[in-house]
Write a protein that binds this ligand. Structure first.
Ligand code: FES
Ligand code: FE2
Length: 335
């Protein structure tokens, strides 16, 4: 560990979310023209759509006396504060102070602004310093061969528990044992971690394609996880069910999970999959996700400090080490 970064500072950074990253912050359908106040990584952000439908995001704080700009109204690429009408543009610059012509605020950049991108049904913001790298998505989201649905939910737990849950292969055979897709496979397994070009893979070495048997963590300037669970013939065409996940911290106690649920389908198979998902499979998947949410929201306080891990937890140990190292690098760059 770096001598210049204290364990407490590193822990605080990881707990609230690494900052040199893109995160999904809302599903596209959750945002319209009127501003919406959200909290992500502990930061209050006003998000809205301009006249062309583009996403804009600035710090949610009026520079005059601190009203939430998200309580005001949108004027295209600006927001007008509800309290006394101050206008701020999408770059965080005060463009008008209608109550007086003697304010020093006018023309000044006072608020932080965030770069936004919209892709695959979600709105992503860049939380880092400087010019962001391009938003990169796992190939299951960009390839025409896949078709999927975004499912998102707020969980009342620190986002790291949602991460850990995705790195926890064995819970499929227990927590989800009565689900339609994870009732097969052994109740014991051997596991290994292996490097991949963009991250690492955690997999069972003595079982494949029977349950939740592998997961990959990808660092693409956003932290992604992907995995498959098997689907029987009754679930229609397309082979295994892909899950591509990303989690954004809201604050230290809450997060929003994003799961894209996909299959490799084209042509008529795509139509069949989309029909089957909407009519038969979606509810089953929500039930599985609710099992995860219930157990994570019910973890004892400070659960991570009272663990007794065993070899099946090697994936989450690797992920925690990765996040700690990334947090140290971020903090070392702070002058
Ligand atoms: S607090 Fe916003 S204009 Fe006064
Ligand atoms: Fe699960």
């Amino acid at each position: 560990m770096s001598a210049s970064v204290s364990p407490d500072a590193r822990e605080a950074r990881v707990n609230l979310g690494l900052q040199q990253l893109w995160y999904p912050v809302l599903a596209s359908w959750q945002l319209g023209r009127e501003p919406r106040g959200i909290q992500r990584l502990g930061q209050h952000i006003a998000v809205w759509r301009d006249d062309a439908g583009g996403v804009r995001a600035i710090e949610d704080r009026c520079p005059h006396r601190g009203a939430r700009l998200s309580m005001g109204c949108s004027r295209g690429d600006k927001l007008a504060c509800w309290y006394h009408g101050v206008e701020v543009d999408a770059g965080g610059v005060v463009t008008d102070v209608p109550a007086t012509d003697q304010s020093a605020m006018r023309g000044k950049k006072i608020l932080r602004s965030y770069r936004a991108e919209e892709a695959h049904g979600a709105i992503f913001l860049w939380f880092g310093e400087g010019e962001p790298p391009p938003l990169r998505l796992p190939e299951q989201l960009t390839s025409d061969e896949f078709s999927g649905f975004l499912c998102t939910a707020v969980w009342r737990c620190n986002y790291r528990y949602a991460h850990d849950n995705l790195m926890d292969l064995m819970h499929g055979a227990y927590l989800h044992a009565v689900s339609h897709s994870m009732s097969g496979g052994e109740k014991q397994a051997r596991m290994e971690v292996a490097d991949t070009p963009d991250g690492f893979l955690f997999r069972k070495t003595d079982q494949a394609d029977l349950n939740f048997d592998w997961v990959e963590f990808l660092d693409l300037d956003a932290h992604w996880m992907r995995t498959t669970v098997p689907y029987g013939p009754e679930a229609g065409p397309g082979g295994p069910f892909w899950i591509v996940g990303n989690v954004v911290p809201i604050d230290e106690e809450t997060c929003q999970v994003f799961f894209w649920r996909l299959r490799r389908v084209t042509g008529w198979q795509r139509a069949a999959w989309r029909f089957l998902y909407r009519t038969r499979l979606e509810l089953k998947h929500w039930n599985v996700l609710e099992q995860d949410r219930e157990v994570l929201e019910g973890l004892v306080p400070a659960a991570r400090q009272h663990e007794t891990l065993y070899s099946h937890d090697a994936g989450l140990v690797r992920l925690r080490r990765f996040l700690n190292q990334a947090a140290t690098r971020e903090l070392e760059k702070i002058p």
